[in-house]
Design a protein around this ligand. Structure first.
Ligand code: COA
Ligand code: AMP
Length: 624
């Protein structure tokens, strides 16, 4: 047990005002907030700041302009390039001038559909500088998903690149963007395209602008002033899977976000000015927003932007090589990446050969870390491997072992302890706390810590629903339990969300797509266990009368999900079955399907309508 952690957690709840006011001193405010927490106005009300200036300008002003801010390491293009804080300031300034020339100002939305390249980081920070609201869309999403986000965010400008590079494959982004812009009801009149050497995009639309040409054309323009943003002004919108087909636009505010992230770097990850931090995630996800872009820069550290995969770029030693090459002090990745490495290098030969240099700890998040993977990594790296839990909604960890507060308690299968600022409870269906060891809904008492969402874009009612089931608590959507020592174990979701290779997806959304395919009478999509990705979606399809022998049904279902949701959905398996297992009241028994497909022992529930269905389904699976 760490006294520093216990003290910090207690104070963050009992003396919220004092604790977070002190944490806010890590940020340069244009005008200081009147209070840390205000029931109606939220975190750091009355304060104004500029997040990008906090990430860049103040370090340059403090004389650290030559220190490395951003290292772009791209095994897929054979590039390693470092940007000092002064260079980052210049680059961000140029993109800010470009955006200003397109009429983007405070409050305007900018969609960023770009790969893991420095310009993506410049663009996000440039938006932050001028007070525009960026919305980064992960490259693995298909045109229709991008179109939904365009319609919700109604951007003035869309920034993209000619292509993304996924391992050995080049993925053209521009045709996808064109399709999305055409599909969307909101008409985007300016699409700025960064041409990459690997693939030239056709800039044939009237709305298309060439990034480099625009940059050159605005070189003489002054860098726009850093906007003074109120604490509760939005910094970005990040869409995440909800329980419907409509993505949830999580809104991140400037003030609480800056304070929380700076606090987390010092107290969870142990990173400060001059240290190198690497989050091997993607800027399209919340981990990328917080821990590739904003948090390391807020504290004056060096951040690594890695354009590659854990395996195949070029081999399963690429993570260790990158850690050593850049002197990474804390490293953050998803369990799925470690499982992928382990599969190709089971004896950890490359890890032993290359080592982990100056690295002091490895943090895992994004999905449940299976004990076996943690054991393997701890054994072979000799480093503490810290599982921690969070969500897009929160923006930073809610459950962790606060490593930098001296808390190194770890237990396989647990994500650790509540992080300061978060008071967790595990409740039964009636909203009563369950005894330790017993599973229930994992909830967080309001108010949520600084940095956590305080609304959903265009959807305040959707936001309120997160607080409706258990009054006074935020419903995380996860199920879990506390053990007798206070460790919180997150066991899975209470809704239809699954985590596929650390990517958050809704099976309900996939069901909607599958159900619409010609010849489908009804369907169910569930998350099956997968040795590498943690989970993969699997569809069960009941054909309409007359479509039973339609050999195109299976490929059409797979292709539809890929085309409408995106490659990232990774739906590769659809079983054509005669019936779905249902209760007599018509509810699909998804848990039963999950057990059957996982090859687990199952009991046929007494409520089942037709007891012969499970065996029939098991037979179909066995025959494939
Ligand atoms: N742009 C375009 N396509 C993308 C993409 C992107 N940014 N990211 C993924 N895709 C595509 C992939 O190419 C793949 O397509 P395919 O079906 O044609 O092969 C598909 O989406 C699924 O991708 P992925 O889930 O990444 O599977 P993979 O087999 O390519 O790689 C892992 C497996 C485990 C190596 C990889 O998923 C990984 O590194 N995961 C870690 C994720 C992570 O860090 N998440 C953040 C949480 S903290
Ligand atoms: P995302 O919003 O994409 O970050 O996904 C958040 C969800 O991922 C959580 O609600 C959990 O279901 C899951 N998750 C994230 N981290 C962990 C973890 N360390 N252990 C278990 N589940 C996790």
């Amino acid at each position: 047990m760490s006294e520093a952690y216990e003290r910090a957690w207690r104070e963050s709840i009992d003396s919220r005002e004092a604790f977070w006011s002190r944490a806010a001193e890590a940020i340069d405010w244009i005008s200081k907030p009147a209070s840390a927490w205000n029931e109606t106005r939220g975190w750091f009300a009355g304060g104004t700041l500029n997040t990008a200036s906090n990430c860049i300008d103040r370090h340059v002003t403090a004389g650290r302009g030559d220190a490395a801010a951003l290292i772009y390491d791209s095994p897929v293009t054979g590039t390693v390039r470092s940007y000092s804080y002064t260079e980052l300031q210049d680059e961000v300034g140029r993109v800010a001038a470009m955006l200003a020339s397109l009429g983007v100002g405070r409050g305007a939305r900018v969609i960023v559909y770009m790969p893991m390249i420095p310009e993506t980081v410049f663009a996000m920070l440039a938006c932050a500088r001028i007070g525009a609201v960026h919305s980064v869309v992960f490259g693995g999403f298909a045109a229709l998903e991008l179109a939904k986000r365009i319609d919700d965010a109604t951007p003035k400008v869309l920034l993209t690149a000619s292509c993304g590079i996924e391992g050995s494959r080049t993925i053209a982004y521009k045709p996808m963007v064109d399709e999305a812009v055409d599909l969307a009801a909101h008409k985007v009149s300016q699409v700025v395209v960064l041409q990459r050497d690997r693939l030239e995009a056709d800039l044939g639309q009237a709305r298309d602008l060439d990034w480099h040409r625009l940059r050159d054309g605005t070189l003489a323009d002054p860098v726009p002033e850093a906007a003074a943003m109120a604490s509760d002004d939005p910094l970005y919108i990040l869409y995440t899977s909800g329980t419907t087909g409509v993505p949830k636009g999580v809104v991140r505010e400037n003030g609480g976000h800056a304070v929380a992230l700076a606090w987390s770097m010092a107290n969870i990850y142990g990173i400060g000015a001059g240290d190198t931090f690497w989050a091997a995630s993607d800027v399209g996800w919340v981990v990328g927003h917080s821990y590739i872009v904003y948090a390391p820069l807020l504290v004056g550290a060096t951040t690594v932007l890695f354009e590659g995969k854990p395996v195949g770029t070029p081999d399963p030693g690429t993570f260790w090589r990158t850690i050593v090459r850049h002197g990474v002090k804390s490293f953050f990745t998803a369990p799925t990446a470690i499982r992928a490495i382990r599969k190709e290098d089971p004896e950890a030969k490359l890890l032993k050969e290359i080592g982990t240099g100056a690295c002091r700890a490895i943090f895992l998040a994004g999905e449940r870390a299976d004990p076996d993977t943690i054991d393997w990594l701890e054994d072979h790296s000799g480093l503490p491997v810290i599982d921690h839990w969070w969500q897009t909604e929160l923006g930073w960890p809610g459950v962790a072992s606060c490593f930098a507060l001296g808390d190194l308690r770890r237990k396989r299968g647990s994500a650790g302890f509540p992080v300061p600022g978060y008071e967790f409870a595990v409740l039964d269906d009636d909203g009563k706390p369950v005894p330790s060891g017993q599973s229930g809904s994992v909830v967080i008492r309001t108010p949520l810590a600084p940095g956590a969402f305080r609304t959903l874009w265009n959807n305040p009612a959707g936001y309120d629903r997160n607080f409706a089931t258990f009054p006074g608590y935020y419903e995380t959507g996860d199920a879990g339990h506390f053990d007798s020592e206070g460790f919180l174990n997150i066991m899975g979701r209470t809704d239809d969300i699954i985590n596929v290779a650390g990517h958050r997806l809704s099976t309900g959304q996939m069901e909607q797509i599958v159900a619409q395919q010609h010849g489908v009478a009804e369907c169910a999509v569930i998350g099956a266990d997968d040795a590498i990705k943690g989970m993969i979606p699997v569809a069960f399809v009941v054909p309409r009368a007359g479509a039973e022998d339609d050999a195109t049904l299976h490929p059409r279902v797979i292709a539809a999900v890929r085309a409408e949701l995106g490659a990232v959905a990774a739906l590769k398996t659809a079983y054509i079955v005669q019936q779905l297992p249902k209760t007599r009241s018509g509810k699909i028994l998804r848990n039963l399907l999950r057990k059957i497909v996982n090859g687990e022992q199952f009991e046929t529930p007494a409520t089942i309508e037709d007891p012969s269905v499970p065996a029939a389904i098991a037979k179909v699976i066995a025959a494939v």
